[in-house]
Ligand binder design. Structure first.
Ligand code: F6P
Length: 472
C-alpha cells in the first residue's frame, strides 16, 4: 500500500549504516559503519524524503528494532538519517545471508568453487532458497510501505537480487534501480546454478528499471548471462549502467592525520624496525582476497631475492569476516599458519618478515597506508576493491600498487599499477621485486596519478549519478 507521505528516495541494503551492541546492563551502543558503501549511500541525505531500509544483523540490532517498535531507528543513532531496520526471523536471515548470499552467490560471482569446495544444490539448499525469497520479500514489502508515489528506490547487491521484481509487482509506480557491488560471473560459470534459480535471479534484477555495475566487464557479463539463460533481447526493458566507485579523498586525508592514527604509526614503526621497506595489504579475511597466495608470493620473493631479507616487512592486516561460516574460519586459520611459517623460516632476532594483525582496527589500517612503500592487492576477483584506491591517496611518500588484473579497480588504475595474475605466485613475487626496486621519482609520479584516478568518482557522486540516471 503506497504511503501518502512516503519517502521520495529509498535505498535498501543488507548491512545498514549503523549497528548496535548491548552491554551487560542492556544499554545499546550504536556504531556507524565505514567504507564506500555507507559513505556513498549516505548521500541519500537526512530529510523526511528519504529512507534507508536494512536488516538487523545481530542481537544488538534486533533489540534496537524492538525498542524502535519496528519503526525508524532513533535519529541520534543515525546522524539524523531515517533508517528502518528489518527484524527478519534469525533462521530465515541465517539461511539467506550465510546460506545463499555468502555461500552460493558470492562463490559464483567470484568464481571460487574448486575441489573440494564444490557447489551442493540439495534439499537443504532449496530450504535456504525459500529463506532467501522470504528475506527479499520482507525488503520489498518494507520498501513498498515506505515509498511515496513515483519514488526512486535503489536496491543494493547480491543479497537482494529478487527484491526489484517483487517490489515492481507491489508498486508498479516506482522507479527501481539495482546495483551490484560484486563482479558478475560469465555465463559458463553462472550456469552451474540450477536452471530455475539462475532464471529467477536474473528476472529478479530485470524487475528493475535499471541494473548497474561497478565496471563494464561485470555489466557485460550480466547481459551475457541474461541472453544465455533467458533468451536473446531479454534485457531491453531494463537499462544497464556502469558507475565506478572511488575513494573518499576528503574523509580519508583528514581521518588519516588524527592522533589515534599517529599513535598506531609509532607502534607499527617499532614493529617494522629501522630502514626497512613495507609491503602493505588490508583485507577482510575472505577467500576472494587471495591472502594466502599473496603470502606465498612474498615467501618466494625472499627465496628468489635474498637481498630483500632484513630489508622489507610485509604488513598484512586480515580482519575476520563472515565467521559464522566454517570455510571463512578455516581460511583465517590458514592465513595465520602461512604467516607463522614464513616468520619461522626467515625471521631473525631483529626482523619479523610478516606482521599479521587480525583484529579490525581502522586507525591502524590508515597508519599502514601512510607507511606503505608497496600496496599488494591481489584478489582472485573483486567488484572494485577500494583498498587499491585508498592506499595511494593516503601514503605519505607515495606507493607502488601491485594490483590483480581481476579487480574492478584495474580498469581505472591498471596503467600506473603493476598488474598481476592472482593465481601466479611466481609472477606476483617478481612484481613485488619490481615494486620494491622502483626508483623514487617514478614511484612518486605513478602514485600521484593513481591517487588522482582513485578519487575521480567520490562516493556521493556515485550515488547521485545513479539517482539521476533513474530519473531519466
Ligand atoms: O562487495 C560486496 C559487499 O557487500 C560490500 O559492499 C562489502 O564491503 C562486503 O561485501 C561486506 O560483506 P559483509 O556485509 O558480509 O561483511
Amino acid at each position: 500500500m503506497a504511503s501518502t507521505h512516503g519517502a521520495e528516495v529509498l535505498v535498501a541494503s543488507n548491512r545498514g549504516p549503523v549497528s548496535y551492541t548491548a552491554d551487560e546492563k542492556g544499554s545499546l551502543r550504536a556504531k556507524r559503519g565505514g567504507g564506500g558503501l555507507v559513505s556513498g549511500l549516505s548521500a541519500i541525505g537526512s530529510d523526511a524524503d528519504s529512507v534507508w531500509v536494512c536488516a538487523a544483523l545481530g542481537d544488538g540490532d534486533r533489540e534496537a528494532v524492538r525498542r524502535a517498535q519496528g519503526g525508524l531507528l532513533p535519529a541520534e543513532d543515525t546522524g539524523g538519517q531515517r533508517v528502518r531496520m528489518l527484524d527478519i526471523a534469525p533462521d530465515v536471515f541465517a539461511d539467506a545471508y550465510n546460506g545463499i548470499a555468502n555461500s552460493v552467490l558470492w562463490f559464483v560471482h567470484h568464481m571460487l568453487y574448486q575441489t573440494p569446495l564444490e557447489p551442493v544444490f540439495d534439499a537443504r539448499f532449496r530450504r535456504q532458497w525459500a529463506s532467501y525469497q522470504a528475506y527479499n520479500r520482507a525488503f520489498a514489502e518494507a520498501l513498498a510501505e515506505e515509498a511515496a508515489v513515483g519514488a526512486a528506490v535503489v536496491v543494493q547487491d547480491y543479497h537482494l537480487a529478487l527484491a526489484p521484481r517483487m517490489l515492481r509487482h507491489l508498486r508498479p509506480d516506482l522507479r527501481i534501480g539495482h546495483f551490484s557491488h560484486t563482479p558478475w560471473a560469465p555465463p559458463d560459470y553462472f550456469r552451474l546454478l540450477p536452471d530455475d534459480i539462475a532464471a529467477e535471479l536474473l528476472q529478479g534484477i530485470l524487475g528493475a528499471d535499471r541494473a548497474a555495475f561497478l565496471t563494464g566487464r561485470w555489466a557485460d557479463a550480466f547481459t551475457a548471462c541474461c541472453e544465455a539463460v533467458l533468451g536473446p533481447g531479454i534485457t531491453t526493458g531494463t537499462a544497464i549502467g556502469v558507475h565506478g566507485l572511488g575513494a573518499d579523498a576528503d574523509f580519508l586525508r583528514t581521518r588519516a592525520h588524527e592522533p589515534d592514527v599517529d599513535e598506531r604509526m609509532t607502534a607499527l614503526r617499532r614493529e617494522i624496525g629501522e630502514n626497512r621497506r613495507t609491503i602493505v595489504r588490508v583485507d577482510r579475511t575472505e577467500l576472494s582476497k587471495n591472502i594466502v597466495r599473496g603470502l606465498l608470493a612474498y615467501r618466494q620473493l625472499l627465496d628468489d631475492h635474498p637481498e630483500w631479507r632484513e630489508r622489507v616487512v610485509h604488513l598484512a592486516f586480515a580482519y575476520p569476516s563472515r565467521q559464522d561460516l566454517a570455510v571463512y574460519r578455516e581460511y583465517t586459520a590458514e592465513v595465520q599458519r602461512v604467516a607463522e611459517e614464513i616468520n619461522a623460516q626467515y625471521g631473525t632476532a631483529g626482523w619479523r618478515p610478516v606482521v599479521l594483525h587480525v583484529k579490525d582496527d581502522f586507525a591502524r589500517s590508515l597508519a599502514a597506508y601512510r607507511l606503505a612503500d608497496v600496496a599488494l592487492v591481489n584478489p582472485i576477483r573483486d567488484g572494485m576493491n577500494l583498498v587499491a584506491k585508498e592506499v595511494p591517496v593516503v601514503s605519505d611518500e607515495g606507493c607502488v600498487l601491485v594490483l590483480s588484473r581481476e579487480a574492478g579497480a584495474y580498469e581505472e588504475l591498471g596503467e600506473d599499477a603493476i598488474g598481476v595474475n592472482p593465481y601466479d605466485i611466481g609472477g606476483m613475487a617478481q612484481a613485488l621485486h619490481a615494486a620494491l626496486g622502483m626508483p623514487a621519482g617514478e614511484r612518486a609520479e605513478r602514485s600521484k596519478r593513481l591517487a588522482a584516478a582513485a578519487t575521480a568518482l567520490p562516493p556521493a557522486k556515485w550515488f547521485l549519478d545513479q539517482l539521476a540516471a533513474l530519473e531519466r
